[in-house]
Design a protein around this ligand. Sequence first.
Ligand code: AOF
Ligand code: ZN
Length: 357
Amino acid sequence: MIDHEKYMERAIELAKLGSGNVSPNPMVGCVLVKNDKIIGEGFHEKYGGPHAEEMAIKNSFELPLDSTAYINLEPCCIESKTKACTQTLYENGIKECYISILDPNPKIAGNGVKALMEYGIKVHIGLCSEISQKLNKGFIKWITQGKPWVILKIAQSKNGFLGLNNSTRTQVTTKASICDVHSLRTKVDAILIGKNTALVDNPKLTVRYAKGSNPLRIILDTNRKLPLDLNVFRDQLAETIVLCSKEKFSNSRTSFCKYITVQENNGKLCMNDSLLAIAQQGVTTLLIESGPELIKSLMKEDLIDELYIYSSNKNLKNADLKNPLEISDQWTINYSKNIGEDNLINAERKLECLQEL
Ligand code: AOF
Ligand code: ZN
């Protein structure tokens, strides 16, 4: 009996190797199997580069004719930067195709499967679909809703404080948690902070305690008041974008950063409009590393998809900056684990159910 799941799991592992380099494209891996033996493997390595299917065929050490392909995403059927993968699979004589999930890209969405079947290729859909859905949750939300997958990171003391007050920087968790956050940074396209965090912490928002590339840095500054000597403007280690009011400014750029305008509501930037503007920059996954004000605005509009809550095992005495977020029954806890002396809880917003009539 052929263990189809094993081959799909391998395709998913390959897909993950593209993490950090393919956005706003999805992570895709492909395995070619003949006589229950892998004869070729490939993945989408970088945005604009060849797709996973083409790579697997190119890397085959045996003729791919009559082989079975395992792919974590429906093959594309459109000529864009590369030839349609459905055609590449057909031209190389692939006879059967296991696809984990359909491509939510409206230009593909089932048309890839149709094309394969028209070519006479046998298609199976749904193997390991839950893992594949999770893997590309950023791409799926981005392409279907025009907004990024929003991850909120919170570091709090045992008694639930983010810091002493809003004018001093307080390190709440230990180095182990910081390293973990840096590894999280390598998996997102951009980090978002508010003006106050930029001023008080003067953070770099780069990846220093993990291996991977620096995400884009985005700062909310309604009235463009931030001084230009901050690290995010000066260090040139990653691109920086400032979101500011559409009523007062127009889009522009300097050598330090790009200014993008968004709607303003009662003196604050509209968060929904900000997310739409951020998505237009090709950001599919966004990490929020802000203070309580921005967290409250995002919570008010239900704009957070996932939480990483790091808690120290020490109380912070005489603190003012209370964590405004509580994990209610709106959230599903994925896991809780120890990170050195700290604890990490990862949770996801529950999918909205249709209201019963
Ligand atoms: C596949 N295999 O490896 C990937 C796919 O022209 P591009 O490279 O920008 O990609 C266009 C679309 O192709 C992209 O938005 C997504 O729907 C799909 N990505 N498809 O068959 C792959 N990366
Ligand atoms: Zn393709």
